[in-house]
Design a protein around this ligand. Structure first.
Ligand code: ZN
Length: 220
């Protein structure tokens, strides 16, 4: 099920208070329109009814796709919150959100992310049919190549990017600008999957966080 709540938001411009709907959890089978609103950011965008000002609101939300069998928890980057969410995802704290976890058993990919950008990226990766852990390793491998080719660049972010249906790439960002990209093709993907299969299985993330840091630790 999906759960939402109304909260009061003070407009950053006119300082008037108005209601804003936040989601505690989003089940995209039950609320399919919410997937697009997460991907375009609208689910987090407050629009002031008085002055029209727009501002993004950070809030925690559990994103649940029953068909693809993924649960992604978007949380602030706070240790206690991450620990609590990890416990919840391990099934150790079923009543935390009042959700029935009994239907959720094996075969699920549980993830914790700490930014909307990461949540969106995880959704794109899952839509493309890829395993995000393999994508994170590919980013690290490409980064090594990139560092040799463009040693003067500072890499601020590496993201999985949706180009068009069936076409994806990994982009390298410096100061908000994409300065390089590498295609994600099945050949490389399958190679990486084979090579790292055991290491991936032997190194689950304690807090369901599969990011750059996790991939780096795996490559050491
Ligand atoms: Zn306002």
């Amino acid at each position: 099920m999906s759960k939402r709540n109304s909260v009061k938001i003070t407009c950053p411009k006119c300082k008037k208070e108005s209601d804003f709907q936040i989601w505690e959890s989003i089940n995209i089978q039950l609320d399919p329109e919410m997937k697009e609103q997460v991907l375009n950011g609208e689910a987090f965008l407050f629009k002031c009814p008085d002055c029209g000002e727009e501002a993004y609101v950070n809030y925690s939300v559990l994103y649940h796709d029953m068909e693809k069998r993924i649960m992604i928890y978007l949380l602030p980057d706070v240790e206690e919150e991450i620990k609590a969410a990890a416990q919840f995802m391990s099934g150790m704290d079923e009543n935390n959100l009042g959700l029935d976890l009994s239907a959720i058993t094996e075969g699920y990919s549980n993830r914790i992310v700490t930014s909307l950008r990461e949540l969106q990226e995880k959704i794109y990766i899952s839509d493309a049919g890829y395993d995000d852990r393999i994508i994170e390793i590919m980013k690290m491998l490409y980064l090594g190549m990139m560092a040799e080719q463009t040693p003067d660049k500072r890499v601020d972010e590496i993201l999985f990017d949706f180009v068009r249906e069936g076409e994806h790439r990994i982009i390298f960002i410096e100061g908000g600008n994409v300065f390089a990209s590498a295609p994600v093709n099945d050949e490389v993907y399958n190679d990486v999957r084979k090579t790292f299969k055991e290491r991936i299985e032997n190194n689950p993330s304690e807090y369901f966080i599969y990011d750059f840091v996790w991939a780096r630790s795996l490559l050491k």
